[in-house]
Design a protein around this ligand. Structure first.
Ligand code: NAD
Length: 287
């Protein structure tokens, strides 16, 4: 029987390949103190602090800090790897603790490591009054809401109408984002080896007149999903991870698994399901 590889794409990198680094922090004194220590240690190891073209970005804070770091360095995803240190409670992306800084710094400077690539969501907004579109990449999710109340829109899958949605909004998440907002909407948790996007509803109206599927949908790579407002001059309110945006004159918004990926530097194994357990269940007697 052929065994299916269930781990996201992994590349082994020999020691000494990380020469330039940057640190992104949450705006608090403790995170700033950790940043100063990381810069001291890594420059002692002859690495260069380079905010423009880092080989590795160390995010110090929480998951929100990692999301900010991702968007800050979105123009060099092919060349930059990310690692997260949490200075508050356990993070989903930020898995090193402040007490482990020395261990992390030695690993960055001296050890071989793996690059693990996770899927991203590509969002394209098309307008009724101009030909150019606007594109975004999301690490967690994109949510769509009506700016002035209900979202009234058709949902199309692979160009074919699937349903008419009426309700608070829709959430399109990546596999790693499936444990974030999507989870609060009763979406499924998706392993990041499944390059997919998940569509979850926010409070849809379901009665004898309006009907939606109700269940979250998981779409594979290359299945495009479009959200098309029913009225012409709809103003939509979007979130891309932590960013909030308003778009006017939206013709439709398209969602698909992005070709680009985020690259995390893994200096020790961190199985996805263990991270899910530690984040949401804890290490109780049943684990
Ligand atoms: P933040 O940094 O305070 O993050 C909010 C919470 O989401 C934190 O507890 C964080 O640890 C957690 N989180 C973020 N990404 C996660 C992931 N992939 N898996 C598990 N938990 C994750 O605030 P922010 O910087 O504004 O974060 C934006 C994120 O917050 C959004 O991408 C969204 O997923 C999440 N969010 C969730 C809800 C909800 O669950 N109802 C509502 C709004 C936003």
């Amino acid at each position: 029987m052929t065994e299916v590889n269930q781990t996201p794409m992994k590349n082994a990198i020999p020691a000494g390949m990380l020469k330039k680094f940057a640190v992104q922090t949450r705006e608090d004194a403790f995170s700033h103190a950790i940043k100063a220590r990381i810069i001291d240690y890594l420059t002692d190891f002859q690495l260069t602090y380079d905010e423009k073209e880092p080989d590795i970005v160390i995010s110090v804070g929480g998951d929100g800090t990692l999301l900010q770091a991702f968007h800050h360095y979105i123009y060099r995803l092919k060349d930059t790897a990310f690692v997260g240190v949490h200075t508050g409670h356990l993070g989903f992306y930020a898995d090193w603790t402040a007490e482990e800084i020395e261990k992390l710094v030695i690993s960055i400077a001296r050890n071989a490591f793996n690059i693990v690539e996770y899927p991203l969501l590509k969002v394209t907004v098309r307008y009724t009054n101009r030909a150019e579109s606007v594109g975004y990449l999301a690490l967690n999710e994109c949510t769509v809401r009506g700016a002035e109340g209900l979202l009234v829109a058709d949902v199309l899958i692979k160009g074919e109408k699937f349903e008419s949605f009426r309700g608070d909004g829709l959430c399109f998440s990546t596999p790693t984002g499936s444990t974030a907002y999507n989870k609060g909407l009763a979406g499924a948790i998706i392993h990041p080896s499944l390059a997919s996007i998940q569509l979850s509803e926010m409070a849809s109206i379901n009665n004898r007149v309006f009907r939606t599927i109700g269940s979250p949908l998981i779409l594979p790579r290359h299945h495009r999903c479009q959200v098309k407002p029913v009225s012409d001059n709809e103003v939509l309110s979007l979130t891309i991870d932590h960013l909030s945006l308003v778009h006017e004159n939206v013709k439709f918004i398209e969602f698909v698994v992005a070709e680009k990926k985020i690259r995390f530097a893994r200096f020790r194994p961190l199985p996805f399901w263990r991270r899910v357990r530690d984040s949401f269940i804890g290490e109780g007697e049943n684990s």
